[in-house]
Ligand binder design. Structure first.
Ligand code: 7PJ
Length: 291
């Protein structure tokens, strides 16, 4: 059932994301465990310079969104305090906004991080908890920014313990439709919503495969769809590869997500994914038929 009609662009603050072509979102983790020198991100620090070099490369390689995240949501990861998350994320958002012509996405569930990031120039709120934390919905609404609503069952600490669904596709659909309705009630219209089935978040391999098979259904609802599978354990399960060896599997899935209509692909490996996405887009049957 189509609820909305995907428009050709998504307004992200003072920038626009072109939705006629699939777009690549680069993952920039600002969690200390993702850096061997695990320090703070104050202006001029070596760590901030290192992050900005990563952003520079991602932009040069064709990313149109930079997703900045200060809370690890890997299975089993502990939550961070609001203060800690602000200290990690905000200087990075500010520095990127000052230096690069790119849309900044903030991967956060925290209302204060959303509010302050929006003030500093972020263009998209990416919340794996779909605006269910205290006052997140109000802050997201007030920011005027689009929001990515992702499906997750439970919390990262325990989500992979024993995820159970009677009907994974139906449950993800009901959840996201309920969050779309909550957004509408708070003043976040459908034109500001991006949807994400949440691959790897409280899902077994079979659940992930079923959701991937059903991607065209979600695309048909009419909101842009974001897919995040880069290096995730489902690729490990399919290939038998350790996390550092999952590039080819990740790129293959990115191409297939595009073929199934996904609009935004969230990845670690920008250059390779941009190429794969371009090829997949050209090979989409509807595009060949229209040439
Ligand atoms: C996702 C995310 C995802 C969205 C992470 C990881 C875990 N945000 N944040 N979708 N995954 N929207 O990258 O392995 O799949 S963190």
């Amino acid at each position: 059932m189509s609820t909305f009609t995907t428009s050709s662009q998504l307004r992200c603050g003072d920038r626009f994301l072109d939705l006629r072509e699939p777009q690549v979102m680069a993952i920039i983790n600002v969690t200390p465990d993702s850096f061997s020198d695990g320090g703070k991100y104050h202006a001029g620090s070596a760590l901030l310079d290192k992050i900005l070099a990563q952003v520079d490369l991602a932009c040069a390689e064709g990313a149109s969104l930079i997703d900045v995240g200060g809370e690890s949501t890997r299975p089993g990861a502990a939550r961070v305090s609001e203060l800690e998350e602000c200290q990690r994320v905000l200087p990075v958002v500010e520095a990127i906004a000052q230096r690069f012509d790119v849309i900044i996405s903030v991967d956060t569930s925290n209302a204060a991080v959303m509010r302050e990031s929006a003030i500093l120039g972020a263009g998209l709120i990416n919340d794996v908890r779909a605006l269910q934390q205290p006052t997140a919905m109000q802050e997201a609404a007030a920011s005027g920014l689009p929001v990515c609503l992702m499906h997750m069952q439970g919390e990262p600490q325990s989500m992979q313990d024993n995820p159970v669904y009677r009907d994974i596709g139906g449950e993800v659909e009901r959840f996201l439709r309920q969050r779309i309705a909550a957004c509408a009630a708070a003043g976040v219209g459908a034109e500001r919503i991006v949807l994400d089935p949440g691959f790897g978040f409280a899902k077994t391999l079979a659940h992930n495969l079923e959701l991937f098979r059903r991607l065209p259904d979600m695309v048909a609802w009419g909101c842009p769809v974001l897919v995040g599978v880069s290096r995730k354990s489902m690729i490990g399960a399919l290939t038998g590869r350790a996390v550092g060896e999952r590039l080819a599997g990740s790129v293959a899935m990115a191409a297939m997500a595009v073929e199934r209509g996904a609009h935004i692909i969230r990845v670690h490996d920008v250059k390779e994914t941009v190429d794969a996405v371009r090829v997949a887009q050209a090979l989409k049957l509807e595009n060949i038929a229209n040439d």
